[in-house]
Structure formats: structure tokens, C-alpha cells
Ligand binder design. Sequence first.
Ligand SMILES: NC(=O)c1ccc[n+]([C@@H]2O[C@H](COP(=O)([O-])OP(=O)(O)OC[C@H]3O[C@@H](n4cnc5c(N)ncnc54)[C@H](OP(=O)(O)O)[C@@H]3O)[C@@H](O)[C@H]2O)c1
Length: 351
Amino acid sequence: MKKYNVGVVGATGLVGREMVRMLEKQNFPVANLRLFASQRSRGKTLKFKGKEIVVEQLTPSSFKVSSPGEKPSLQARLDIALFSAGGSISKEYAPLAAQEGVFVIDNSSAWRMDPEVPLVVPEINSHTLSKDKKIIANPNCSTIQMVVVLAPLHRKARIKRIVVSTYQAVSGAGQKAVVELEEQVSAIASGKKVKPMVFPHQIAYNCIPQIDVFLENGYTKEEMKMVNETKKIMEDDSIAITATCVRVPVFRGHSEAVNIETERKITPQEARQILKKIEGVVVVDDISKLKYPLPTKAADNDETFVGRIREDQSISNGLNMWIVSDNLLKGAALNAVQIGEELINRKMLGS
Ligand SMILES: NC(=O)c1ccc[n+]([C@@H]2O[C@H](COP(=O)([O-])OP(=O)(O)OC[C@H]3O[C@@H](n4cnc5c(N)ncnc54)[C@H](OP(=O)(O)O)[C@@H]3O)[C@@H](O)[C@H]2O)c1
């Protein structure tokens, strides 16, 4: 099997480390792996397939292929780069990589709504990938887990409206956010006052109805990401969507209460049958045994879990459900690696 040179930008971060782990776990055909982060991390090492790989500082020449006559670069020329170092880094460096023929799979929100950039959840819309579109966006974590469950129901019954409320883990805000929750929990336990740094308020023993910044319309950027990205991925602008995104003191695994109104009636039983056949989706729905998805169970799992599927008794064609997935895996690193696999399947990579 042909192997590819792969880069991970933001490799030392929460998502970046999971990307390295997922490349190994998925047995992605890696010839050489190059890891990039900021100057702070230069020289650190991360393990991949039993080998320690030294982290390079990301610079404008990181992806450069030497021109004829120039001294050849000692570093492997990349076929694909998974980016996870924030929007401003993606804005600056993704075009530099793409210019050198590198496929960029970007985890930030920088490129997601660009009409020229495919926004991909492989099991839903991998047909939007194209050899000429070198920058590919990985959707927002909350969006991915919701559309993985809703797309099959949309195909069956056409969703007219989605109302979603999220309960998002602190790891969605990066490594510093995880440390903040840990420190606040132990500070409060020893009677000390806490000073929020990453979040706008104390996150320990609290819920914060704000993720990302507020926009002029009164929604947060995270809420509007869910609205706009869902329409783009499902390729249907007619779906009405409204979202409330809440940060909760959970370390790993986003949860979502989702209400849908459909054109055709779909019973909870039918919805369970449809979803049981979807790869990557697990139905956990047995209230007689108190079984429903939980972030503690979803953490470190690849799948998206759905349960509490029940009729919305306030309208004629409506369902309620509860969707949970690991925000760092299907919500980020795993979906990115799966996009890479799809590029290989479609013979777009390195050919
Ligand atoms: N966490 C999630 O659930 C999730 C889900 C989907 C998407 N995302 C997106 O993924 C991105 C990373 O998230 P994260 O949670 O992994 O954050 P994180 O834990 O804070 O990690 C950030 C990474 O970016 C690197 N970085 C920062 N400044 C850099 C620079 N100037 N040059 C090169 N690298 C730089 C950091 O390197 P150093 O270690 O050297 O500082 C680190 O590797 C964000 O865009 C986020 O919105 C996150």
C-alpha cells in the first residue's frame, strides 16, 4: 500500500495529540510524520508507533518544496497536513501549505463557511471533496455529532426544523481549559476563591451559557456555527435551526438535547431502526434499564451515541433525542483522519 507524508500542526495541543493517536489507531498509511507547534514546543517529542518524533516550530517555510537548483530540504515533503492550532494560524498557514500542493484538513472555524472549501463529515458529504480544493474544513465538534445522527433521519423524513441545546465539555476549549476546571475543583474543595482565566465565569460546579463570543444577533459564534455548518453539510438551506450552547463542568464528551420537526412522520421505533444501521452511530436507548448516552461512557470512544428517542407530543411530526460523543475524537481528530482516508479512497492523495 502506498504511504503518505503527513504533518500535524498544533501537535502538542489536545486535538493535535489525539490526531497523532488516531493516525496510529486507524493505521493511516504514514510514510513520514512531521509535527509542528509554536516556538514554545520546539524540540519536545511525541510518540508515534513506538518512535519519538521531534516537534518542529511552524514557520512560513515549513511546507516549502525546494525549487530547482536550491539545496533540497532535508524534511519530507508533505502530502497532507492536519491543522489544529487555532483560526489565525490556519488563515495564515493553510494557504501556504495548499500552495505547495499539500492537502490541508483544518480543524478551526477559519475556512468552514468559505463556499470554495468543502466542509466534510465523510459519512455524509465526502462527494464534496475535490482534487483541486486543497483546503478542507473539519466542522465544529457540536455540529459533527449532531449531523451524524440527523442526516439519516433527514434522508428518510426531511427535517424541517431543529432545536438544539448543548452541554459542552471543557476540553472543547483546549488544554488550558481542562487545567482550569481541575484547579477550580481542588481550590473550591480547600475553601479557596477561584479566578476564571479561560472561561468568563467559574466553570467548576457551574453552567455557562456562552461558548465563543457574542454576535450582533444575540447568539454566540458557537451557536451560529451549528446553524450555518449544519445547513452546509446537509446541503439544505431550508432547514430552520436554532441553538443554545452551554459549557458544563465535564472534562470530555459533548451532550446535546435535540428536537426535530419532520415533514413525514417518523416514530421513535423507526428512528432507532434507521440509526442502528448507521456506521459510527450507537443507539443506547433502554429507559427500563436506565440506559442512555453519557459523556463518561462516550469519552475515548469513536462512536456517536444516541438515546432518549421519544415523540415530541407538542407537535404532529416531532422527535426528541439525546446525542453524546467525544468532542476530541469524532468531534475533531477522528473526523479529520477519516477525511484523509476518504482522500486516499478517492485516489486524490499523492497521485
Ligand atoms: N478541543 C476540541 O474539542 C476541538 C474540537 C474541534 C475543533 N477544535 C479546534 O482545534 C484547534 C485546537 O484546539 P485544541 O483544543 O487542541 O487547543 P490547545 O490544546 O490549546 O492546543 C493548541 C495547539 O496550537 C499550537 N499553537 C498555538 N500557537 C501556535 C503558533 N503560533 N504556531 C504553531 N502552533 C501554535 C499549540 O502549540 P504549543 O503547545 O507550542 O503552544 C498547540 O499545539 C482550535 O482551532 C479549536 O477551535 C477543538
